[in-house]
Design a protein around this ligand. Structure first.
Ligand SMILES: Cc1cc2nc3c(=O)[nH]c(=O)nc-3n(C[C@H](O)[C@H](O)[C@H](O)COP(=O)(O)OP(=O)(O)OC[C@H]3O[C@@H](n4cnc5c(N)ncnc54)[C@H](O)[C@@H]3O)c2cc1C
Ligand SMILES: *[C@@H]1O[C@H](CO)[C@@H](O)[C@H](O)[C@H]1NC(C)=O
Ligand SMILES: *[C@@H]1O[C@H](CO)[C@@H](O)[C@H](O)[C@H]1NC(C)=O
Ligand SMILES: *[C@@H]1O[C@H](CO)[C@@H](O)[C@H](O)[C@H]1NC(C)=O
Ligand SMILES: *[C@@H]1O[C@H](CO)[C@@H](O)[C@H](O)[C@H]1NC(C)=O
Ligand SMILES: *[C@@H]1O[C@H](CO)[C@@H](O)[C@H](O)[C@H]1NC(C)=O
Ligand SMILES: *[C@@H]1O[C@H](CO)[C@@H](O)[C@H](O)[C@H]1NC(C)=O
Length: 549
């Protein structure tokens, strides 16, 4: 089967003219004419942020929160390729239908809701609007981000419809500049290419854009085969999934055990003829959907899908791959730039990598999953926000943003490169000691029991310890956010029961502040606990599963 990403990359223009690092004149493959870089001559520091999702807005706010005397003269620009803020929560453009293998702007689908309760997803002390249902639909999450941007005066710094096409570093491990090429889409046919120099580049471009599509033998044969009554067979990644009606009366095989696979199984199973779910050994099947459980796929034949246990199914005509995403950042890697090596088969590791490297699951070497420790740039030249997963997004991204803001202001706050590499290797060792391969689980916060929260606390505690932030005697993560699994399960089941009783409004009434949201969650959990003491809650399935999407 054609690998969609490779297929798309194969259409990109070849690396032609590169840049002349010794001069301010920059030659690019899209423009045969030398052109002068624009930059703000008066700024003392210039920072480009890529992406206006939860991560990009979080770091932008953190930078603007620096005391004015510290950030005076700084120029901050956030480039966002889409028409509005909110990242993957912003719906498709009006009228858009996915057209594979062309990648959609977002994995959004009309029935997308959060699988985490919204009070746990918030930037601290900025709750969702009163009245928002506990597991809200995507548009409420997008509105939350838009409100956050307006409330914090972020909008003047955000350039919508601006796609970062390439970012190349000119300099060494002590100093240098980014040369950034941006495609500005003014709507219609007028596209303008901007070229700008920056001191720092902060990448917050998300990690749900490039589908991981496994290769199996026989897919071409199977796709060419015929299913009675169906125009053609298909194998599509979940990034293309939009509406369950597409699968009405069809035979569907869902591959994977992440949140997307679960959610799609729940939506598709009431309409489809039959739904199989194939999961790897040791992974769970969707509990809330009528699915026939299958193990991993072995291969395809002209007539069937064969599984590793030797069983085969012949009544499938649509395969949906909930197989997750690859960690790619095209504007940093070939043919656009030489900063990042993206190679699934790389043998490099955090101590041997010559340059920043992604094995498509894990980006290394990084300091605290944020700053590049590659030896060809200074550690604060290139930062990433949003890589850690298995965590609630906005609060963690803001903690990373605060860390970035202060270390951009004073890079001496960071340990020596040697110490940072040692710290990184020690974390990788802790992952191994807990049975995980760091080069596979990558950025999942699994290096200790509570790494999700401890990671955030440590970023902020480090700044306090170094005197960059005042000591206020409180950890960054509020204690109520250290939510135990059992609590989350009662909360989820409780809310499902409240919805079934059509009683949402009564619970939501008058709930507005963060304290009130926390109190409401506590009340639901107590109410549900008490009810479950006398009843069996088996019938309420747990469909949320925050592992991968
Ligand atoms: C289907 C799905 C459901 C999810 N549900 C939940 C949930 O319920 N709870 C939860 O906590 N997490 C959930 N997540 C995880 C999700 O990844 C995070 O919650 C969070 O939204 C990610 O934010 P981000 O800013 O890192 O990335 P994104 O939201 O992807 O934002 C990245 C932004 O960067 C822009 N961008 C990318 N490349 C460029 C470029 N070259 N130039 C300019 N702009 C660019 C994109 O257009 C986008 O707006 C879900 C993920 C998926 C895929
Ligand atoms: C830069 O400084 C010059 C001289 O001080 C001033 O005239 C000009 O307006 C400034 N430009 C910007 C963009 O602030
Ligand atoms: C961005 O592009 C969209 C679609 O082309 C257009 O409707 C919108 O006005 C543009 N927004 C800005 C700020 O340029
Ligand atoms: C695919 O089939 C070929 C030839 O039958 C075999 O050599 C190869 O190992 C198979 N690959 C996989 C991934 O099963
Ligand atoms: C990287 O690989 C080298 C050589 O294989 C090995 O000596 C080193 O310990 C590895 N480092 C890490 C961090 O895994
Ligand atoms: C920068 O950080 C270093 C190390 O913590 C500290 O000694 C120095 O005073 C800081 N500089 C400023 C301007 O705050
Ligand atoms: C993790 O957090 C829980 C609950 O806050 C606590 O009881 C436990 O001791 C913590 N584990 C570690 C290893 O600190």
């Amino acid at each position: 089967m054609v690998h969609f990403v490779q297929f798309i990359l194969s259409f990109l223009p070849p690396l032609a003219l590169w840049y002349r690092p010794d001069s301010i004149t920059w030659l690019s493959y899209t423009s045969p004419e030398p052109c002068h870089l624009t930059s703000s001559p008066n700024s003392t520091k210039s920072i480009a942020i890529v992406g206006a999702g939860s991560a990009g807005l979080g770091v932008l706010k953190a930078i603007l929160d620096l005391p004015l005397d510290i950030r005076s003269g700084w120029e901050v620009v956030l480039y966002e390729r889409r028409r509005d803020v909110g990242g993957l929560w912003l719906p498709d453009p009006p009228g858009y239908t996915p057209n594979p293998p062309e990648l959609p702007e977002t994995p959004w689908y009309p029935l997308l809701r959060t699988n985490t309760p919204h009070p746990t997803m918030t930037y601290p002390h900025f709750p969702f609007a009163g009245g928002t249902t506990l597991f809200p639909p995507a548009d409420a999450v997008q509105t939350y981000h838009a409100d956050f941007a307006v409330h914090n005066d972020l909008t003047p710094y955000v350039r919508l419809n601006h796609t970062v096409v390439s970012a190349q570093w000119y300099g060494d491990d002590a100093q240098g500049n980014w040369y950034v090429e941006v495609q500005a889409d003014g709507g219609g046919s007028d596209e303008v290419t901007l070229r700008r120099a920056f001191d720092h580049l902060i990448v917050a471009s998300g990690h749900n854009s490039y589908p991981y599509i496994p290769a199996w033998n026989g897919t071409e044969d199977w796709l060419a085969g015929i299913s009675p009554g169906v125009a053609c067979r298909e194998i599509l990644h979940s990034i293309y999934y939009r509406r369950p009606e597409r699968y009405a009366n069809r035979g569907v095989l869902i591959v994977g055990s992440g949140a997307s696979a679960f959610d799609i199984a729940v939506q598709v199973s009431p309409l489809a003829q039959v739904v199989y779910q194939s999961v790897k050994e040791g992974k769970k099947h969707a509990s809330g959907a009528a699915v026939v459980q299958k193990p991993a796929i072995s291969h395809f034949t002209r007539d069937s899908v064969v599984f590793v246990d030797g069983t085969a199914v012949t009544d499938v005509d649509a395969v949906i791959l909930g197989t997750g995403y690859e960690l790619r950042i095209p504007f940093l890697s070939a043919p656009h730039s030489s900063v990042l090596l993206a190679d699934a088969d790389t043998r490099a590791n955090s101590t041997t990598a010559g340059i920043l490297t992604s094995n498509l699951r894990y980006l290394f070497p990084l300091h605290r999953q944020i700053f590049s420790l590659a030896s060809n740039l200074p550690p604060t030249a290139l930062g990433f926000i949003g890589l850690p997963s298995l965590a609630s997004s906005c609060p963690l991204y803001l903690a990373q943003g605060i860390f970035v803001a202060h270390t951009l202001a004073n890079s001496s706050l960071l340990p020596t490169r040697e110490d940072m590499v040692r710290e990184l290797v020690a974390r990788e060792e802790r992952l191994r000691a807990r049975g995980y391969d760091p080069y596979r689980v990558g950025h999942k916060l699994l290096a200790s029991e509570n790494e999700t929260e401890d990671y955030q606390d440590e970023l902020i505690a480090y700044l306090k310890h170094r005197g960059a932030l005042p000591e206020n005697g409180k950890p960054y993560v509020d204690s109520w956010r250290r939510m135990e699994w059992g609590y989350a399960v009662f909360l989820y089941r409780g809310w499902r029961r409240i919805q079934a009783l059509d009683d949402e409004q009564r619970w939501l009434n008058g709930v507005e502040t963060e304290e009130q949201w926390v109190d409401m969650m506590d009340r639901i959990v107590n109410w549900e606990r008490k009810w479950e003491e006398g009843h069996s809650a088996e019938s309420i399935p747990i469909d949320f599963y925050v592992e991968t999407y």
